[in-house]
Design a binder for this molecule. Structure first.
Ligand code: ADP
Ligand code: MG
Length: 478
C-alpha cells in the first residue's frame, strides 16, 4: 500500500507540471504496482506507451528517485483492459480509479458535480469492476469525513460551523465562509459537510465544486448556449452549495456575476452555502465588493495552523487510517518538527511509511530523524528583525525606512507597532534592543506598542487578519 502512496504522490507531482495534457495520456495508462524498485505500467497501445515514456516518465521517475533514492525502472506491458486508468478519460465512465489517484487529482481531472439524488447505474463494460469497488462519490474523497477530522483550538470554530451547516445542530449561519492557509483542512471540512448532509437527508441535491470548476463550467455553458441548464443546476436544483477555493474567481468578472445571482437565489430560499478561501473576504483581490459583502453575511470561520497537541492527534488519526505503525516518540518528533501545515505532516508520514516498507525497516526515532534531516528544510524561524521589518513593509506597502522613521501617520505607526509585536513574539530580543532596532526608540514605546497590538488582536478582526497573513508569510514558530 505504501508503494501506491508514493506512486500517488509522483502522479500528483507530474499532473501539476503538465495539467493540460495529463488526462489525455494517463487515461490510457494503468499502474500495476511496484516490485523491487520496478514500476509496472500497462499502456493501452504502443503509441500511448511511447508518448508517456518520452514526455512524462522523466518527471515521474525523477520525483520517485528524489524521494527514495532508488534508480527507478519501468516495466511496460501493452494492451488488455485498463480497469483502473491513472486518469479518467473524458469518454470514460464516471468511475474513479480508487486508491491510485489521490482525490486532489481526480477532483481536478474528472470530479465535477456531486448530485446526491442521482444514483447512476455504472455504464457498460465497467459495471462489474465498479460494483466490486467501494462506491466513490463523484468529486468527493470518501476519507474527508467529520469522523476523520481532528478538532483542536485552531479549527474549532470552522468545525462547529461546518457541523451546523450540515444540519447537525447548533446555530446555523449562511453562508459559512471557511478561510485559512493552504493544507490546513478547508477542503476536508467542506467535503465532510457534503457527506454528513447526505447521510441526514439522502434525497437532497448537493453540489460540491471547486471555484475553478465553476468557472470552467460557466464558460463552457456560455459557449455552448446551455446557460439555462447551468442556471437550473446552480439555482433551481440545489439544496446545498459547496464551493472550494473561491479566491479562484479573482478577476473573472462574468463568473462572479453569475455566482452572485446563484448565491442570491439560494440564500433567499434558505439553502445552505459553504465557501472556502485562502484569504479573509476583505483580503480577496479583484473580487466584486457586493460579493465580498455577501461572504460576510453569515459566519467567517478561520482555520489556523494546528498546535502541537492537534498535530499529534492528526498524526495518530492518519497512522490509524493508513495502518501505519508508529511509536509515540516518533509521533511526537514528527509533530514537533513539521509545523507548517497538515498536508506536509501527512506527506512526511506517508513518505516515511513508504521508505520503511521498501527498506524493510520499522519507523523508529532514528529512522525518522535521518529521513527528516534530508527532506525537511531547517526551521524557517530564524528570521531577524530585518526580515520581519521587510515582510511588514511589503505587506503594508511601505518603504523600507518608514518603520524606522519618525513618521507618526496612523497607517505607518500601526505597521510599526505590528512589526514590533511580531519581533517580540518571534525573536529573543529585549524591549530595549527592539527600541534600538526601530530607529532608536525608547523601550517603553515598544512595550506599549506590543501591548496594544496584543489587545487589538483579540478585539479587532481586521488586525487579526493582518497578523494572520503576516504570520503565514513568516512561517509558524510555536
Ligand atoms: P486545504 O484545503 O485547506 O488546503 P486540505 O483539506 O486539502 O487543506 O487538507 C490537507 C490534508 O490535511 C488532507 O489530507 C486533510 O485530510 C488533512 N487535514 C487537515 N486538517 C486536518 C484535521 N484537522 N484532521 C485531520 N486531517 C486533516
Ligand atoms: Mg483545498
Amino acid at each position: 500500500m505504501q508503494h501506491e502512496m508514493l506512486w500517488n504522490e509522483a502522479v500528483v507531482f507530474t499532473h501539476a507540471k503538465s495539467p493540460a495534457s495529463f488526462e489525455q495520456w494517463f487515461s490510457g495508462v494503468q499502474f500495476d504496482g511496484i516490485t523491487d524498485g520496478i514500476i509496472s505500467l500497462r499502456a493501452r497501445d504502443e503509441f500511448v506507451r511511447d508518448w508517456v515514456e518520452r514526455h512524462f516518465l522523466p518527471t515521474l521517475t525523477d520525483y520517485l528517485r528524489s524521494q527514495t533514492g532508488w534508480s527507478v525502472q519501468v516495466a511496460w506491458s501493452v494492451g488488455g483492459d485498463l480497469e483502473r486508468p491513472v486518469a479518467c478519460g473524458i469518454s470514460e465512465p464516471p468511475v474513479r480509479p480508487r486508491a491510485l489517484v489521490p482525490s486532489s487529482v481526480t477532483n481536478r481531472l474528472a470530479g465535477r458535480i456531486y448530485e446526491e439524488s442521482a444514483t447512476k447505474a455504472p455504464t457498460s463494460a465497467s459495471a462489474g469492476a465498479a460494483s466490486a469497488r467501494p462506491k466513490r462519490l463523484d468529486g468527493l474523497n470518501p476519507k474527508y469525513t467529520f469522523a476523520n477530522f481532528v478538532v483542536g483550538p485552531s479549527n474549532q470554530l470552522a468545525h462547529a460551523a461546518a457541523i451546523a451547516a450540515a444540519g447537525g445542530g447548533g446555530p446555523r449561519y449562511n453562508p459559512v465562509f471557511v478561510c485559512g492557509g493552504t493544507g490546513l483542512g478547508k477542503t476536508h471540512l467542506v467535503q465532510a459537510v457534503a457527506h454528513r448532509f447526505r447521510s441526514e437527508r439522502p434525497s437532497a441535491r448537493i453540489l460540491y465544486v471547486s471555484a475553478e470548476q465553476f468557472v470552467n463550467e460557466f464558460v463552457q455553458s456560455l459557449q455552448e448556449g446551455r446557460m439555462s441548464e447551468f442556471r437550473n443546476r446552480y439555482r433551481g436544483r440545489c439544496d446545498l452549495l459547496l464551493v472550494d477555493d473561491i479566491q479562484f474567481l479573482a478577476s473573472k468578472t462574468q463568473t462572479q456575476e453569475e455566482f452572485f445571482h446563484a448565491f442570491n437565489v439560494l440564500h433567499h430560499a434558505d439553502k445552505q452555502i459553504v465557501v472556502t478561501s485562502d484569504k479573509y473576504p476583505q483580503q480577496l483581490e479583484r473580487m466584486e465588493e457586493r460579493l465580498v459583502s455577501r461572504f460576510k453575511w453569515g459566519l467567517i470561520a478561520d482555520i489556523q495552523g494546528p498546535e502541537l497537541e492537534t498535530r499529534v492527534a492528526i498524526l495518530r488519526k492518519k497512522a490509524e487510517l493508513e495502518q501505519i505503525e508508529l511509536e509515540s516518540d516518533v509521533i511526537l518528533f514528527l509533530a514537533q518538527s513539521i509545523r507548517s501545515n497538515v498536508r506536509e505532516l501527512e506527506g512526511t508520514l506517508i513518505r516515511l511509511a513508504a521508505k520503511s516498507s521498501l527498506l524493510g525497516r520499522s519507523i523508529d526515532l532514528e529512522f525518522a530523524r535521518q529521513e527528516l534531516a534530508v527532506t525537511v528544510n531547517p526551521r524557517p524561524n530564524e528570521a531577524s528583525v530585518d526580515d520581519i521589518q521587510r515582510v511588514v513593509c511589503h505587506h503594508f506597502k511601505l518603504r523600507s525606512n518608514d518603520l524606522l522613521s519618525k513618521d507618526r501617520h496612523k497607517s505607518v505607526a500601526f505597521a510599526r507597532h505590528v512589526a514590533m509585536y511580531l519581533c517580540k513574539q518571534r525573536l529573543k530580543c529585549s524591549f530595549p534592543e527592539l527600541g534600538r532596532a526601530f530607529g532608536n526608540r525608547d523601550h517603553t514605546t515598544v512595550m506599549s506598542a506590543v501591548r496594544k497590538v496584543c489587545n487589538l488582536r483579540t478585539s479587532d478582526p481586521e488586525v487579526r487578519a493582518h497578523l494572520d497573513a503576516l504570520e503565514r508569510k513568516l512561517g509558524t514558530t510555536d
